[in-house]
Design a protein around this ligand. Structure first.
Ligand SMILES: Cc1cc2nc3c(=O)[nH]c(=O)nc-3n(C[C@H](O)[C@H](O)[C@H](O)COP(=O)(O)OP(=O)(O)OC[C@H]3O[C@@H](n4cnc5c(N)ncnc54)[C@H](O)[C@@H]3O)c2cc1C
Length: 409
């Protein structure tokens, strides 16, 4: 159901998974929802929410069992993120952001480094940040310019500037992607490193003010002759782009889940308001024009929900086409969320525009989902190219005759 996805034909959870989800629902109802407005007002790191989510084992869902995590399926994570985002983008973003910033450590760090840092990441004692974007490389990350050299003792020396790095002000370590100086151009020259915050030569800017998405601040991060021990390389040299793509794939599904949760929450708020507010002697929900709007929104949300859940299922099965489905889910759910949140706000009339009601916050937060982890335009490029490649590989449609070329097309 559009407003209450507690059971869904695409979601089958074990009793332990269902209990985890029920716990998240209870946390949202009792703690996260009631204080979402306050958390969303200032752009300071939302320590209370982070600690709550860590204490309750929600942060741990992104980590392997051997280090204390619960290695949750993507489907369960999508459901958790969706529940959180229905009330509080900050909390949902803490969960997706933990995955974003830790995934290269899970996927690429040496076992001894994992042993050293992962238990603390699982419990929230320490945090990491993911430093990929640069002033000259956002959508086009293969062009990033932060560089490294390999020193005689095998350690690395890192130089460069990173922009818009979430949690940089509170992170204990950074996953930084950099290019081998004078090495191969493009993606082949990229490697990923785990950079301890305590390393000399790291400068973190003051928090950069932004439109919304508060509680998870962003900063610029400068690396100047930062020494990185040899064993802090993630994966192998040259695997930086592969690790980043693996990370972004999970984060894109996370963005889609946030958008799904937010638009579900927005529709609940708008329809409950529409049942309550009276104009011309009737609740606004009694007017056919409003019912049609609600019907369109409900149907669109359910269609997006099926796309997001099936993408998570494909990811969990390890399907080769999970990335293009993640692009479709991210593009579709985040663009739809932006439109629907605006329409839901409209249903509240003047109240919708006030800070006293949650939808102005939802609207400001919604914009970010269309930008982070690949903008909607970049996902359109990826999907469009994929579909055209597929078409070229398929046998010709039985109704299409390309020979003779009748009209010189
Ligand atoms: C709140 C916030 C948090 C962030 N957190 C992090 C983080 O933790 N770590 C990190 O590394 N980065 C982070 N980012 C950066 C984010 O991932 C980038 O902002 C995003 O990828 C877009 O890059 P850009 O801003 O450089 O935009 P640009 O690449 O400059 O794009 C500008 C516009 O041009 C469009 N465009 C670009 N190329 C094409 C094309 N080929 N075809 C059509 N249109 C195109 C884009 O869609 C966009 O609309 C964060 C950003 C924000 C705002």
């Amino acid at each position: 159901m559009p407003l209450n996805p507690i059971s869904h034909p695409l979601v089958s959870l074990s009793p332990a998974e269902a209990a985890m989800l029920a716990k998240v629902r209870a946390l949202v109802a009792e703690h996260i929802g009631p204080r979402a407005e306050a958390v969303g007002q200032t752009d300071e790191f939302a320590w209370d929410n982070f600690r709550l989510l860590a204490r309750e084992g929600i942060v741990a869902t992104a980590f392997p069992r051997e280090y204390g995590g619960s290695n949750a399926s993507m489907l369960l994570r999508v459901r958790i993120i969706e529940e959180l985002a229905g009330a509080c983008t900050t909390s949902a973003s803490i969960i997706t952001g933990t995955d974003l910033s830790s995934r290269p450590i899970v996927a690429g760090a040496l076992p001894k480094i994992q042993q050293a840092v992962m238990p603390d990441l699982v419990t929230g004692v320490r945090q990491s940040a993911f430093a990929l974007t640069e002033p000259g490389a956002g959508s086009d990350v293969a062009r990033l310019a932060t560089d490294y050299v390999v020193q005689a003792d095998g350690s690395y020396l890192l130089n460069g500037h990173k922009k818009f790095i979430t949690r940089a002000n509170v992170a204990d370590m950074f996953v930084a992607v950099a290019r081998l100086k004078d090495g191969p151009e493009g993606a082949r020259g990229l490697s990923a490193f785990l950079v301890p915050r305590a390393a000399k030569g790291i400068q973190i800017s003051p928090i950069i003010p932004k439109m919304g998405w508060n509680g998870v601040p962003i900063c610029m991060v400068d690396f100047e002759n930062v020494e990185i021990p040899a064993d802090h390389l993630l994966g192998k040299e040259g695997q930086g782009m592969a690790l980043a793509q693996d990370t972004l794939l999970r984060a894109r599904i996370g963005h889609a889940a946030i958008a799904l949760g937010r638009m579900t929450g927005a529709l609940q708020i708008a329809t409950q308001y529409a049942g309550h507010r009276k104009v011309f002697g009737h609740a606004i929900g009694d007017h056919q024009g409003i019912q049609w709007m609600v019907a369109d929104m409900a149907a669109q949300i359910e269609a997006a929900r099926c796309l997001v859940y099936s993408t998570a299922l494909r990811y969990d099965r390890g399907d080769a086409d999970a990335p293009v489905h993640a692009s479709m889910a991210k593009m579709h759910a985040t663009d739809l969320c932006m439109r629907l949140v605006v329409d839901c706000l409209q249903l509240l009339g003047g109240n919708g525009y006030l800070k006293a009601y949650p939808l102005e916050r939802f609207m400001r937060d919604a914009k970010m989902n269309q930008i982070g982890e690949g903008t909607s335009e970049i996902h359109k490029n990826l999907i469009g190219r994929h579909v055209l490649r597929m078409a070229a590989e398929m046998t010709q449609h039985p109704c299409l005759d390309l020979e003779p070329d009748l009209y010189g097309a």
